[in-house]
Write a protein that binds this ligand. Structure first.
Ligand SMILES: *[C@@H]1O[C@H](CO)[C@@H](O)[C@H](O)[C@H]1NC(C)=O
Length: 432
């Protein structure tokens, strides 16, 4: 990588890199299960130690000039107490890694946690050593789990050993690693309507020479403390045709086996969503002894249908009731409000008194209905609009339905009409 220009402007360093690659320096936490800490309770304790992760050679769009706060310069005097991971990320590359570069400028927080990782069935002491890195950017749909493998270094007397991790450091005082496997998602949270379809995104990447032949993708749903399997696919990369087994525990869930094997796209499609599909989905991709996960929230949302009990409101002396029905929505939190807007008002007035709510009714599909009843105030003047306004998370803006209060028809009109009908009926009888 060649840095062709370095300009110091204000507090920012503007770095323009050639070859479309850049370094990303992230502040992380090394998370370890607390061993021998004074804690008495049974809960597991975790210690967090500040660490730095330098991602080398992150691919960026050509001609993109980057403003990074801290271009990476290794410390001049290597420090065996510092935890400084250095990882090359050209193969496999991190999808959308440019998000990490821009996060600093956009003041988005990057959450980076590093922990030790043991491949299935491995002895802890064996070399190389592995670490799991989980990366998330606040407010951005970027989430990746990386597995780092330490590079074997030739040791001599001058080799420094990292104090905490007991691992040899490079000349520049970094723990040299490479990314060998990663699982990522373009979404953290998805909302979809009842009976609709949804795609939950999950992908993985491994080096050009696959880590192993066995590939296993599992989707699970976790909700209110209960977990269940949604879909599982097992295959062998050297004999995809002969070995692929797909098992859908949830009916109407599917994965495209060709996309899984060909593109590392392990996204799942769920058809005809029900309320019980809501929850936290976990996509676990295992390649041989390595596995990593992504977590996606699925929210089922269904906007209410709002109707009024009357199409016409004729003001009478006796009290009248208007009902506003809000039906088949999900989730439960909806708000209903009555307003009146007379021709002389500029702003609608909230009608708080004489309002009563029915209790929620739940339908077979899990959706809810609710009605609000208003006893129409006696002082309402003709021409006033009575509005029922409903707010719900599935609605971008509140929904309103209204009816116009009309003055009663003059009584004589009814007499004339009644007389006419009787006359017509009479003649009809006579003529037969
Ligand atoms: C997987 O494929 C779907 C389309 O079939 C696409 O929308 C999605 O972005 C892909 N996901 C990944 C991780 O490549």
């Amino acid at each position: 990588m060649t840095m062709i220009e370095l300009v110091l402007s204000g507090f920012f360093m503007t770095c323009v890199y050639a070859n479309g690659v850049a370094d990303v320096v992230l502040s992380c936490a090394l998370v370890e299960e607390g061993v021998g800490l004074g804690g008495m309770g049974g809960g597991s304790l975790f210690t967090r130690t500040p660490a730095t992760l330098v991602l080398r050679d992150v691919a960026v769009a050509p001609d993109e000039s980057l403003e990074a706060l801290t271009p990476f310069v290794p410390p001049s005097i290597p420090d065996p107490d510092a935890i400084l991971f250095e990882a090359k990320v050209s193969s496999p590359d991190i999808p959308d890694a440019a998000v990490l570069l821009h996060a600093d400028c956009n003041e988005q927080e990057v959450m980076c946690e590093i922990s030790r990782y043991s491949p299935r069935g491995s002895q802890d002491s064996s070399e190389p050593t592995y670490f799991m890195v989980s990366l998330n950017v606040e407010g951005v749909d970027f989430s990746t789990a990386l597995i780092l493998q330490t590079l074997t270094l030739e040791r001599d007397q001058s080799t420094l050993i990292q104090n905490k991790l007991n691992l040899p450091l490079s000349q520049s005082g970094t723990l040299l690693t490479e990314v060998i496997f990663l699982v990522f998602s373009h979404v953290k949270s998805v909302s979809a309507p009842l009976r609709g379809d949804v795609l939950l995104n999950c992908g993985f990447k491994q080096p050009d020479t696959p880590l192993a032949q066995e590939l296993d993708i599992e989707w699970r749903l976790q909700h209110r403390g209960k977990g269940r399997k949604v879909l599982e696919m097992k295959t062998r990369l050297d004999d995809v045709e002969g070995t692929t087994v797909m098992h859908a525990d949830r009916r109407g869930s599917s994965m495209d086996a060709a996309q899984v094997v060909g593109e590392g796209n392990a996204s799942v499609t769920l058809n005809k969503l029900k309320v019980m599909d809501e929850g936290t989905y976990i996509c676990t991709v295992s390649v041989g002894v390595f596995h990593a996960q992504q977590v996606i929230q699925l929210h089922v949302i269904q906007p209410p249908q709002v109707t009024l009990s009357e199409e016409k409101l004729v003001l009478e002396t006796s009290p009248q009731t208007l009902s506003c029905h809000c039906s088949k929505y999900y989730p439960l939190d909806s708000q209903m409000e009555w307003l009146s807007l007379s021709p002389t008002d500029t702003e609608p007035i909230v009608l708080k008194d004489q309002v009563s709510l029915s209790s929620h009714r739940q339908h077979g599909d899990g959706s809810y209905s609710l009605s609000s009843h208003l006893t129409v105030p006696s002082d309402i003047s003709p021409g006033t609009k009575i509005i029922c306004k409903v707010s719900h998370p599935a609605l971008d803006a509140p929904l309103s339905v209204s009816v116009l209060a009309e003055s009663p028809e003059p009584a004589s009109y009814w007499w004339v009409l009644g007389f006419l009908i009787i006359t017509v009926l009479f003649f009809y009888q006579v003529m037969r």
